[in-house]
Design a protein around this ligand. Structure first.
Ligand code: FAD
Ligand code: FO1
Length: 451
């Protein structure tokens, strides 16, 4: 067994025993360094069964448009080719997973179904309905976190401070090199032809972005670029949106095209990286990222007001009646038409590039709280915009980031002020002191200046 039993949760025992072992790939869309696929291969070898991979293409996932589907489908095409080279059939089906997956399974009568862990409600719902509607034995593998979410903590953690020591204690055990999937030796009876991945996707709904190349190979190349050219400035300049020092790995991580464990190990073992840069980056990709999964796993209200900590709800409730300096409609916000050129530039960066700089995401979300009628409206509009435009949206990191910015999640109370109460505030003047806001505004409010 190559996969630690702590990464695996058995969720159902069913009667089918004759068919193949199926890995239903969903969150972790890669062949390389994928614990769920490795476990499925272990099971197939143990049971002397064929291993197959299934992907169910669901239309209109959480507000995603062509931009995000294009990024995902190009990555899946690469998975199909790599699986072919390993003699592992990759089946693509389309439709609502709760209907299409049970019917696929009914046909195949698999000996075992392996699913990848995902804390989002929609994915839990898919998985529950699929298991309710299929006679199959199944397990869940956390292939997305370095320390499996159920091992890191048994409850919702309220701060990075409390989860950090728990995760650090387990890193020696879990931050290990991920093995490679082996070539499948069994002969397959039914090898699928390469499907038309785009057949069921509305190609008219938006344009793909061209500054980032999708897929595992491109993600690993991006990691090399980050290590060679950017990480040495990470601790010093990561809060400056005019500098290219962030990794730009979030779209690959979101679609599971690369694995955070691979990235963290590469960074950890690289002796040329200054400890300050190393620590700052590992804090984000391990602690902050895994804290977001912990939050969504233990709190089903991860994308609404009720998901905020008690103190955050209380202080925002107290300030509901405060007058708002500006009130904008969703259309005003979406069309970057506020009085604030810095905010409009951030919104443009999200719309045009599909990835807003991390520092600006905080300012962007906090101003939406300041300029809308209620915190509920603010959260739902931020979630809508983030999920519609960001390549890395529809992700635990996004929901957690929005509640962090708007209601003090994983934070502490600060000085009390209008509207925000004791939730941490950010101002235009503060940004001005931190970086050259005019350069950023020029770049994103002036299409000619964008590189
Ligand atoms: P880097 O700084 O290079 O970080 C590397 C990786 O570390 C990221 O890819 C991510 O996996 C992780 N990471 C970094 N910052 C955070 C953080 N604050 N919380 C959790 N993990 C983090 N991240 C998303 O992946 N999807 C989102 O939709 C998203 N929406 C956000 C919305 C708001 C309002 C806020 C405040 C933050 C949001 N974030 C989101 C978190 C963070 O801003 C992005 O992960 C980061 O900007 C992605 O760029 P990068 O990979 O170049 O970052
Ligand atoms: N997962 C699937 O299993 N099937 C899909 O069709 C699908 C579409 C999709 C589109 C945009 C996007 O951001 C994510 C999408 N995902 C899909 C899920 C994704 O892989 C993640 O599991 C979740 O977004 C959060 O972790």
């Amino acid at each position: 067994m190559r996969v630690s039993p702590e990464r695996i949760q058995k969720v159902k025992t069913g009667p089918y025993t004759k068919g193949p072992v199926v890995y239903w790939m969903s969150r972790d869309q890669r062949i390389f360094h994928n614990w769920a696929l490795l476990h499925a291969q272990d099971l197939a070898l143990d049971m002397d069964r064929e291993l197959r991979i299934l992907f169910c293409l669901a239309p209109g996932f959480l507000g995603a448009g062509f931009r995000q589907y294009d990024f995902m489908l190009k990555g899946l095409q690469e998975c199909f080719t790599q699986a072919r080279e390993l003699n592992i059939p990759f089946d693509l089906i389309c439709g609502e997973p709760e209907i299409s997956v049970p019917s696929y399974l009914d046909n195949l009568k698999p000996a075992f179904l392996v699913m990848d862990f995902d804390p989002l409600r929609i994915k839990r719902d898919w998985q529950k309905k699929v298991l309710d509607n299929s006679r199959v034995s199944a397990c869940l593998v956390d292939a997305h976190n370095i320390v499996p979410v159920w091992t890191a903590s048994s409850k919702q953690e309220y701060a990075a401070r409390t989860i950090r020591p728990r995760i650090h204690k387990k890193l020696a055990q879990f931050l290990e090199p991920v093995p490679e999937v082996a070539v499948q030796k069994k002969n397959t009876i039914d090898f699928p032809n390469k499907p038309d991945f785009y057949q069921h996707i509305p190609t008219h709904a938006g344009k793909p972005v061209d500054w980032i190349k999708p897929g595992t190979a491109a993600g690993l190349k991006q990691l090399d670029l980050f290590l060679a050219k950017r990480i040495s400035s990470y601790s010093g300049y990561r809060n400056d949106p005019n500098r290219e020092v962030l990794s730009d790995l979030s779209p690959y991580l979101h679609f599971g095209q690369i694995c955070s464990q691979t990235v963290a190990l590469e960074v950890q073992k690289n002796i040329d990286i200054h400890p300050e840069d190393k620590d700052a980056f590992l804090e984000e990709i391990i602690i902050r990222k895994e804290l977001a999964d912990n939050f969504c796993h233990f709190n089903p209200d991860y994308d609404n007001f009720h998901g905020l900590p008690q103190w955050g709800q209380k202080t925002l409730n107290k300030h509901r009646i405060d007058p708002r300096p500006y009130l904008y409609s969703l259309e005003d916000l979406e069309s970057s038409s506020t009085h604030d050129a810095l905010w409009n530039a951030a919104q443009q960066e999200m719309i045009v590039r599909g990835k807003m700089h991390g520092y600006m995401r905080m300012y962007w979300a906090k101003k939406i709280l300041e300029w809308t009628r209620t915190p509920e409206e603010a959260i739902s509009w931020a979630v809508y915009l983030n999920d519609k435009y960001e390549l890395d949206g529809r992700d635990p990191n996004g929901y957690t980031g929005i509640l962090w910015s708007m209601g003090g999640l994983h934070d502490r109370p600060w000085k009390e002020r209008q509207i925000f109460g004791t939730v941490r505030y950010m101002s235009y003047e503060g940004c001005k002191r931190k970086f050259n806001i005019n350069e950023y505004i020029e770049k994103w409010n002036n299409p000619g200046r964008r590189s």
